[in-house]
Design a protein around this ligand. Sequence first.
Ligand code: NAD
Length: 423
Amino acid sequence: MSLSVIPELDQPEFRLAVAQFDQAAKAMHLDPNLHERLKSPQRSLSVSLPVRMDDGNVKVFMGYRVQHDSARGPSKGGIRYHQDVNLGEVAALAMWMTWKTALAGLPFGGAKGGITVHAADLSLGELERLTRRYAAEIFPIIGPDKDIPAPDIGTNAQVMAWLMDTYSQQVGYAVPGVVTGKPLSIGGSLGREEATGRGVVDVTLEALKHLKINLADTSVAIQGFGNVGAHTAHIMSQIGAKVVAISDHIGGIYNPKGLDIPEIIRIHKEEGQRIHTMKFGDKVTNEELLTVNCTVLIPAAVAEQITIKNADRLLCRILTEGANGPTTLEADQILEEKGIFTIPDILANSGGVIVSYFEWVQDVQRFFWKDMDIRDRLKDILASAFQRTLSFSQTQKTNMRMAALINGIDRVAQAHLARGLYP
Ligand code: NAD
C-alpha cells in the first residue's frame, strides 16, 4: 500500500506515524477500507504568509494546518513554530492527535498546525504579524465546533491570544473557545500551562506503582526544558523524585545526587541562563543525557531521539514519552527486548489535550472550575487510560504502545463505522 494519497507527506515523521498505524491495524485486524481511509488526513491546508518585517521588507513564510480526522468531534491539536516544520511532520502529529484524543475518551478528532520559522529570530511585532496572518489564512477551517488549536513547540499563551483575537475580530465578537492554552484573562483554564508536565508525572507514578518502585528511589532524566520538560522537572522535584539530568537544545547538566530544580527554574527564567552553563552538575550533550543512569527517562523535546544508534545504551527502567514521536520503530523493538517499560506519547503527554478539553468545556459553558477540580479530573482520566492500556497489553500480550494505539484506533473506527461513508 502507498504511504498516502498526498505525496508531499513523505517525510520521516509521517512515515513513522503510518508505520505505527500499519502495525496496529494489522494486529487488530482493522477493516482494510478504514485502514486506507485513515492513512491520509481528511484536510491539509498549506498557506504562504507574507509578513512586513521591522526593516520594511516583506518576507514570506510557509504555514500549515492539517486535520487528520473529525469523526468523533471537532479536531484538536497544537501549533508549532520551528525551522524544521513541514507538511509531513504536521500530518504525522495530526494523526497522533486523533489516536490520543480517542484514547483519553475526549469528544475530539486530531489536527496539528505549524509555521516553518525560527521564532527566536523575529521581534515581538514580527511574531504577532506572522501569527495574525496565519490565523486569517486558516480562519475558514478553524472554530470552536470545527478545529481548536493550542500551543506546541515555539508557541505559548500569547500566541494563542493573538489567534483568538484575530478570529474574534473576523466574526465580530469574542470567541474564547476557538483556541486553548490562552491567558486566564480571556478564558484560559487554571492548570493548562503545566498540564502536559503534570500528566507526564501522573502516568509515571502509575508505572512506578505497577513496577513496585518507590518514589524515594526514583531518579529522573529529562531532555528538553520548555513547557513540558520544565514543568515535569518542577513537579517531579516537588513530589520527592530526584531529577538528575536536564537539557535544552544546546546541551544539559547531570548530577547523580540530584539537581536543585526550583533554583534552576528561577535562574533560567529571571537571568535567561542556558542549562549547560549552570554550575549544578557536569555538562552533558543531549545524546549523552539519554544514556545516563536513571529510573525514568523523559524525552520532552523533538521527535526521533531514541533510535537504532542509541537504544541499546539506554539505562532507564521506564521511558515516559513527553515529546511526540521520540522513539523510532526499530528502537522500540530494542527497548522491548531490554525490558524497558515504555509509556507511549499518545498516553504520556495527553495531559495537555485533556486540560485543553476542560478549557474548551469551560469556555463553551461560560463556567470556570477550581484548580483542584482540574487536577483531580486530569488524574482520573489518565489513571483510567493507563490502566486500560496496561490491562489490554497484558491480556493481548502486546507492548504499551500497541495497546494504546489499538485502543485509540478502535474508538475512531467505531465512530466511522457508525457514521458510514458519505455520500
Ligand atoms: P517548547 O518549545 O516549550 O520547548 C522545547 C524544548 O526542547 C526547549 O527546551 C528546547 O530548547 C528543547 N529542544 C529543541 N530542540 C531540541 C533538540 N534537538 N534536542 C534537545 N532539546 C531540544 O516545547 P514544548 O511545548 O515543551 O514541547 C516539547 C514536546 O512535547 C514536543 O514534542 C511537543 O509536540 C510535545 N507536546 C507538547 C505539549 C504542550 O502542551 N506544550 C503537549 C503534548 C506534547
